[in-house]
Design a protein around this ligand. Structure first.
Ligand SMILES: [Fe+2]
Length: 204
């Protein structure tokens, strides 16, 4: 009997070509339609018939190791990443409210924070992710994780994710990760990052 797929591929909140010229439709179609779809399918096949089949994605990430951790975490990381992007003409291009205040207090300015996130992205060796995270005291921090690793396993609250796997940018920017990050800022919707920071306050 064929298994029922537990997790499904997220629907993007924009059309594949709407992040152009910063991220091409071809990149989105591969990144979402091939890479993320592959992680979803692999996660579903690995949990089939195991106790993991009754767990949420977050529970799987906190408990699993090896291939299941890698695939499940990549599903979570990509859903988080794709959800924070929006067409450039629809983005809120700066943080506001509580997050803006926290960034200015802890990094000096939004521009300084972006410089630090860019530096971390360029200097991360190999495949991985760069994150702006908060702890439960609202202290912000930039962290990098290799491969699929994820701040949830460290008890942190992710706010912003930058995918620095080559598959995220190689079609559009070839080997120039720096150009890819420069472009990324144009399609990052800070409205979503504000909401993620506000949600930490509301959950307490
Ligand atoms: Fe990716």
């Amino acid at each position: 009997m064929s298994a029922v797929a537990k997790f499904s591929l997220m629907t993007l909140p924009y059309e594949a070509n709407e992040l152009e010229p910063y991220i091409s439709a071809e990149t989105i179609n591969y990144h979402h339609g091939k890479h993320l779809a592959g992680y979803v399918a692999k996660t579903n096949s690995l949990i089939d018939g195991t106790p993991y089949a009754n767990m949420t994605l977050e529970e799987i990430i906190l408990k699993a190791e090896g291939a299941l951790f890698n695939n499940a975490a990549q599903v979570w990381n990509h859903e988080f990443y794709f959800s924070e992007l929006a067409p450039a003409n629809k983005c809120q291009h700066q943080p506001k409210g509580l997050l803006l205040k926290a960034i200015e207090e802890q990094f000096g300015s939004v521009e300084k924070l972006k410089e630090k996130l860019t530096e971390a992205s360029i200097s991360l060796f190999g495949s991985g992710w760069v994150w702006l995270v908060s702890d439960d005291k609202y202290n912000l921090q930039i962290i990098t994780t290799p491969n699929a690793e994820n701040p949830l396993t460290k008890g942190l609250f992710p706010l912003l994710a930058i995918d620095v796997w080559e598959h995220a940018y190689y079609i559009d920017y070839r080997n120039s990760r720096a150009d890819a990050i420069k472009a990324f800022w144009n399609v990052l919707d800070w409205r979503i990052i504000d909401k993620r920071f506000d949600a930490i306050h509301k959950s307490k």
